[in-house]
Design a protein around this ligand. Sequence first.
Ligand code: DAT
Ligand code: MG
Length: 169
Amino acid sequence: MICTLLSLLSWISPEMAANRERSFIMIKPDGVQRGLVGDIIKRFEQKGFKLVAIKFMNAGEELLKKHYSDLSSRPFFPSLIQYMQMGPVVPMVWEGLNVVKTGRVLLGETNPADSKPGTIRGDFCIQTGRNIIHGSDSVDSANKEIALWFDPKELTEWKANQQSWVYED
Ligand code: DAT
Ligand code: MG
């Protein structure tokens, strides 16, 4: 078992490992209620990123407080936790080269007013407190967020047939 794992690891080139970076992306309750789920997923799909996991759920207070724990001392924290419980959310894991950084570019700025047209927040929303989507801000926080929202067995292993048309290697 260990030998098989080691031979598999040596077979994965650094480029391939980089292409397997993952980000935690979540459509917030306003994105769901406003019928933007399809449009948002489309942005990540058409860019070339690979969907690894997705679910549709009501998020509980405890989970949300853990997810946003680094913001717990901020004055807007109670309203943020309340807003995130106003309806179902769509947590997802997307994979690809630099997906964390590029995912943030696709999202736009935290404040939609500072987000350029062509970004998700720039095109679909107006206020920071209703900014429709979450995206991990670093690889480290992506890994923590993925572990918080998904069981490892919910992350689906599959080969995207478009891979060699998206990546050179
Ligand atoms: P981002 O979601 O762009 O990573 P963040 O992690 O700083 O931004 O904050 C998380 C969420 O908290 C953000 O999407 C909306 C809310 N928020 C942040 N700053 C806020 C503020 N000044 N007023 C109200 N809500 C805020
Ligand atoms: Mg953040």
